[in-house]
Design a protein around this ligand. Structure first.
Ligand code: PEP
Ligand code: MG
Length: 596
């Protein structure tokens, strides 16, 4: 398993305990994001919905509590309506019935009055009353010995949890003090975004895969993270002193003074290495014989990251993930809001090019408010599939990108394309957006290049045909690896099977690059393989035109590109691609890398 390119990202909390109270513990896991964080833990526990405690109220607090209940019921209904409307679009009338039935349960006057009456009579908080009253109702249904009623019991349980979640809403971030190291079993990308508002120093998680979006986000935010620790939540509590070693994928709890001092020294040394890499800032990413000029650009999640791109010497944006606009707000941003973001992005980056990817929702990036679950979300309603099924959403985003295109050099890229039909549907949606802007008399750049992500194996196999339909390819190895090798990118249990340097991946990449070049279009890579130092030389040798990486990785990738001749890179690529096992590929590349 390769780790992401090293980038020294370090920070120290203001209040590290001077002397540890307990013996040092070292927990091994996976590298999420490089860097060293020395600080104090905040142990995040998602709400335990089944264990509401009885909380007495003063009589003066009862009216506020009833209002809190009403608000939670309103929010739960709002969520259910949203889910019902999505289901209606996806499945037609039949599918949404269940959610409409849940709304009826939620608003059942008998139930709501019983809850309200008990809050008033017993002067206790709504949580335990909601839990007890709905659970009672649910058990009655389940005990009736009728499958249909038992299923309604499960629906009731869902309604109960939804109300309870809303009653407790807002607690997630409010308890977190700034500058803490977040310890959690797992976090969604949306959680990371919420936490990032409190300036955390780093993250340590029991679960999570290295190319999951949670890990990618921590890298983009420049926050050290370790994943797959499995027992960190049972060993570390809020307030404990900890060190996140994002270079080795390790968490140290209760570090000794020597350990802390040694990490401080390492941090200093790494800062010096970064300073040396900074010397390459103004030099081009070109092979040492000057024969191949590579376009080295950044992957961005936030407009603010343009500063990090400039600091790393990035020559533009190869991937702007737009999902975060949406995850951060918990709703779809309007055309105006999106236009403002894309305008800011394009005008600040100009004259450098910016590739904006349309929403790639689904998979591990679901809206917090939409809590429907799919059995296999990565094989489910995701990326271009959602956009094609929700034309109004797609139209809004495309209009916004086109409107902003007058500000700079925009490119548009579509995610999760599986074949020609989807590529054509995406292009047709773009033409519709262009036509509507023309009708409205709104200016846009009609020459914006259109590209597709090649990240689904079917698209990789059809790359020669697809290349004739678009202006560029960008290889999304994070997904390509998971789909090609059938390994969930977010599952740390099978992480040893997630092998970006697998011969099947390299041969697929070769086929994609060749197909693109035969059709005369450039081929980029924006998956994490592009930021993997061991892969840099063979990718240059295969003819990859553009490497798009998290900004902290730019300088190191440039250093490697500048350290090889094109002929050597081609030789290494040919040799690696002839090897039959991942082990042999890694050994071969490690050999060349060590000689650099
Ligand atoms: C990829 O799949 O490699 C990619 C860059 O897209 P994402 O990580 O957002 O799925
Ligand atoms: Mg992808």
């Amino acid at each position: 398993m390769s780790s992401p390119a090293a980038s020294p990202t370090e920070s120290t909390a203001p209040t590290v305990a001077a002397a540890p109270l307990r013996a040092e513990i070292v927990i091994e896991g996976l590298v999420g994001a490089p860097g060293i964080a020395i600080g104090v833990a905040y142990h995040f526990r998602p709400e335990q919905l089944a264990s509401a405690t009885v909380r007495p109220l003063l009589s003066s607090e009862v009216p506020t509590e009833l209002a809190r209940l009403d608000e939670a019921l309103d929010k739960a209904e709002h969520e259910l309506r949203k889910i019902a409307s999505i289901t209606l679009q996806k499945l037609g009338d039949g599918g949404a019935e269940i959610f409409e039935a849940q709304i009826l349960m939620l608003r059942d006057p008998y139930l709501v009055n019983a809850i309200r009456d008990r809050i008033v009579a017993e002067q206790i908080a709504a949580d335990s009353v909601v839990e007890a009253e709905i659970s009672r109702y649910q058990h009655l249904l389940e005990l009736a010995g009728d499958d249909y009623l038992a299923e309604r019991g499960a629906d009731m349980a869902d309604v109960r949890d939804r109300i309870l979640r809303n009653l407790r809403q807002g607690k997630r971030t409010s308890q977190i003090e700034p500058n803490r190291i977040v310890i959690a079993a797992d976090l969604s990308p949306a959680d990371v975004i919420l936490f990032s508002r409190r300036d955390p120093l780093g993250f340590a998680l029991d679960f999570g895969g290295v190319t999951g979006h949670t890990a990618i986000l921590t890298r983009s935010l420049g926050l050290p993270s370790v994943l797959g620790l499995h027992r960190v939540t049972s060993m570390v509590e809020s307030g404990d002193p900890v060190i996140v070693d994002g270079y080795r994928g390790r968490l140290i709890a209760f570090p000794t003074a020597e350990t802390t001092a040694s990490y401080e020294r390492e941090r200093e040394a790494r800062a010096q290495t970064t300073a040396r890499l900074d010397e390459l800032h103004d030099l081009p990413a070109v092979t040492s014989d000057g024969k191949r000029r590579i376009h080295l650009v950044s992957n961005l999640e936030f407009v603010e990251e343009l500063d990090a791109m400039a600091a790393g010497g990035g020559e533009g944006v190869g991937l702007f993930r737009t999902e975060h606009l949406f995850l951060a707000q918990g709703r779809f941003p309007s055309e105006e809001e999106q236009t403002a973001t894309y305008r800011a992005l394009l005008s600040r980056a100009a004259p450098l090019p910016v590739t904006i990817r349309t929403f790639d929702l689904g998979g591990d990036k679901v809206l917090p408010e939409i809590s429907y679950t799919e059995a296999n979300p990565f094989l489910g309603w995701r990326g271009i599939r959602i956009l094609i099924d929700r034309p109004e959403l797609f139209h809004t985003q495309l209009r916004a990108i086109l409107r902003a295109s007058v500000e700079g050099k925009a490119k548009i890229m579509f995610p999760m394309i599986g074949g020609l039909e989807e590529a054509r549907a995406a292009r047709a949606a773009l033409v519709r957006a262009q036509d509507s802007l023309r009708e409205d008399g709104i200016p846009f750049d009609p020459t914006v290049p259109i590209g597709v992500m090649i990240e689904v194996p079917s698209a990789a196999l059809m790359a020669d045909e697809l290349a004739r339909e678009v202006d560029f390819f960008s290889i999304g190895t994070n997904d390509l690896v998971q789909y090609l090798l059938a390994v969930d990118r977010t599952n740390d249990i099978i992480t040893s099977y997630y092998q970006p340097l697998h011969p099947a991946v390299l041969r697929t990449v070769r086929h994609i690059i060749r197909s693109g070049h035969e059709a005369g279009i450039p081929v980029a890579m924006c998956g994490e393989l592009a930021a993997t130092p061991l892969a840099t030389i063979p990718l240059v040798g295969l003819g990859l035109d553009e490497f798009s990486v998290v900004s902290p990785a730019l300088a190191n990738i440039k250093r490697i590109i500048r350290s090889t001749t094109l002929a050597d890179a081609e030789r290494v690529a040919a040799e690696a691609l002839a090897l039959p096992t991942v082990e042999a590929v890694v050994a071969c590349l490690t050999h060349y890398h060590a000689a650099l």
